[in-house]
Each structure stands twice: as structure tokens, then as C-alpha cells.
Design a protein around this ligand. Structure first.
Ligand code: HEM
Ligand SMILES: N[C@@H](CC(=O)c1ccccc1NC=O)C(=O)O
Length: 282
């Protein structure tokens, strides 16, 4: 005689909630109806869904990075550095996550991409306002990058507010000054909406910190968190330009820039110049 089929496991017998009429469910809490209906491919190309989801997930992680960076900056300004370290470590890990995500996109070949690239029109990552907000918040200030956002009122004023505010590095330098380091007035009173210029007094302060970590442990830890962040951010830029070269070569970008040539130029950006320069003096 054939054995009786085993009874399928029913999680309800373990007390699992199976009915959600009138109560908040997983999908309600996470707004999945909105998130999962926001993928609208413009072509029939198989790879367009990958392209859309790759960008949408990146934007979600960038949203979290901005949230944590803003809090970290405020904590440093309030001399509450320990909780800021935790957040800066998290932001570096977010970038590590974004860096790994390139491996998924890299499975898209030039042949795949050309099947839907035309559908993208003139849209481009160059117009990512969250990406620009991260750049501004960590100190890469460039007013010219505001222009693609002029046509969106709410976004423009939000981004302009971040551009006009102190960057993460400005706050670190002010912290050095509050801890008794002789930081030049020119740096402390600088126009924070302008690109940061490396300064000798800041370099000397970091040298002092690194020569005696035990005495300046919090500042030393902050410096290493900043370098760690910039390290991961550089890797993101490098992964991006390499993927772009692999997929479109030296074609002009849909956003109108020279493409790979423009992106390679961005690899030269240094966010925390003295923190890199002073390593040669230790
Ligand atoms: C096959 C995939 C991709 C290609 C071919 C590509 C291509 C490009 C190109 C050519 C530019 C220069 C601006 C332009 O003229 O369009 C650019 C900029 C940009 N892309 Fe991508 N991209 C890709 C994937 C991504 C992904 C996954 C993201 C993640 C959000 C992203 C975010 C950005 C950002 C933020 C910029 C502005 C960079 C800056 O101004 O420094 N891109 N991309
Ligand atoms: N700039 C890309 C297009 C592109 O990658 C893109 C287009 C729309 C939305 C996001 C994009 N990703 C990053 O730039 C290109 O020139 O092919």
C-alpha cells in the first residue's frame, strides 16, 4: 500500500497571522503597492527592468545615506562624536553595498543596452538630485551642478539649501578648532558653498592627531571614518566609469557630457585633501 502523503505544514497552527482585513500588513507598512508598481519600462527590451531596478535601489540607498550623513554632521557640530562614528561607518557600508550592486548591472552587455538606450532620451544619472546632495553634503561643492535641477522648484531649493550649508569636512575642521588646534580664520570663515581649498593649518592639525592617536582618539577615529568613506566613494566612481566604458565605450552621454571622459575627470575629486596629503609626513 502506498504511504499516506504527509500533511503540508500550515504556519497558522503556529499562530501565524493569515488575515489582515482592516489591519496593517507587511505590504501596507512598506508601501509595496507604490514601490512595486514604479517600474515602467519604455521598451520591450528584456534588460530594461534590470536597469530600472538598479537605479531605483541605488536611489533608496542614497536616501538612507543622506539621512545618516545629515545626522552625523549635526552630531559632530554638537560635539557628540561617538554616535556620529556609528553613522559614518553605516554610510561607508551603504557605499560598499552600492559597489557590489555594479556586479549585477555588469551582466548587461553593450548589445543588451543598445536595445533600449534610445528610449532613455536625454535622461541621465547626471540629473540624480540625491547623488548631487550627497556630493554637496560631503563637501564637493560646485554651483554649476545645480543647473539640471532648475526646472524642479522643490528639488532646487532643497539642494541649494544643502549646497549653502556646511559640508561634513567643514564640521570636522570646526571640531578641530574647538579642540584647541590652531586653524586659520580663512578656513573657519570660508564661504561653505564654495569648493574647499586645502589649508596648511588643517594639514598640521591632522599631523598632530595622527602622531599621538592616544591623546586625540576621537579626532583620530573621526579622521579614519572620513577616509574610509572617501575610499568607498572613490570605488563607486571607479566602478561606475568602468561599467560605463564597458557598456557604451566613449559614446557621448545621454545627459550631454563627454561620457567616460567626463566621469574620469570626476575621479580626480578629493573630498578631504589634507587627510590624504599628511600621510606622507608621518
Ligand atoms: C549601463 C549603465 C550606465 C551607463 C551607461 C551610465 C552612463 C553615464 C554617463 C555617460 C554619465 C555622464 C553624464 C551623461 O552625459 O549622461 C553618467 C553620469 C552619472 N550616472 Fe550613470 N550610467 C550607468 C549606470 C548608472 C547607475 C546604476 C547609477 C546609479 C544611480 C548611475 C548614476 C550616475 C550619476 C549619479 C551620474 C552623475 C555623475 C557625476 O556628475 O559625477 N549611473 N552615467
Ligand atoms: N547616461 C547614460 C544613460 C543612463 O545611464 C541613465 C539614463 C536614465 C536614467 C539613469 C541612467 N543612469 C546613469 O547615468 C547613457 O549615456 O547611456
Amino acid at each position: 500500500m502506498a504511504p499516506k502523503p504527509a500533511k503540508a505544514y500550515d504556519p497558522a497552527e503556529d499562530g501565524a497571522q493569515m488575515r489582515f482585513d482592516g489591519r496593517m500588513s507587511y505590504g501596507d507598512y512598506l508601501g509595496l503597492d507604490k514601490i512595486l508598481s514604479a517600474q515602467k519600462p519604455l521598451s520591450t527590451a528584456d534588460d530594461e527592468l534590470l536597469f530600472i531596478i538598479q537605479h531605483q535601489t541605488s536611489e533608496l540607498w542614497m536616501k538612507l545615506a543622506l539621512h545618516e550623513l545629515a545626522t552625523a554632521k549635526a552630531l559632530i557640530a554638537a560635539d557628540d562624536v561617538q554616535p556620529a562614528f556609528k553613522l559614518l561607518a553605516r554610510v561607508a557600508r551603504i557605499f560598499e553595498q552600492l559597489n557590489s550592486a555594479w556586479d549585477v548591472l555588469r551582466t548587461m552587455t553593450p548589445s543588451d543596452y543598445t536595445t533600449f538606450r534610445n528610449a532613455l532620451g536625454q535622461s541621465s544619472g547626471f540629473q540624480s538630485f540625491q547623488y548631487r546632495a550627497i556630493e554637496y553634503m560631503v563637501g564637493n561643492k560646485n554651483a554649476a551642478m545645480m543647473r539640471p535641477h532648475e526646472h524642479v522648484d522643490g528639488v532646487y531649493s532643497w539642494l541649494e539649501g544643502i549646497r549653502q550649508d556646511t559640508g561634513l569636512y567643514d564640521e570636522a575642521i570646526r571640531l578641530l578648532a574647538r579642540n584647541g588646534f590652531a586653524i586659520s580664520e580663512a578656513v573657519l570663515k570660508r564661504d561653505v558653498s564654495a569648493p574647499y581649498q586645502a589649508d596648511e593649518s588643517v594639514r598640521l592639525a591632522w599631523i598632530e592627531v595622527y602622531r599621538d592617536p592616544a591623546r586625540h582618539w576621537s579626532l583620530y577615529e573621526l579622521a579614519e571614518k572620513l577616509v574610509d568613506f572617501e575610499d568607498y566613494f572613490r570605488r563607486w566612481r571607479f566602478n561606475h566609469v568602468t561599467t560605463v566604458e564597458r557598456v557604451i565605450g566613449f559614446k557621448r552621454g545621454t545627459g550631454g557630457t563627454s561620457g567616460v571622459t567626463y566621469l574620469k575627470r570626476m575621479l580626480d575629486v578629493v573630498l578631504f585633501p589634507e587627510l590624504w596629503a599628511m600621510r606622507a609626513d608621518l
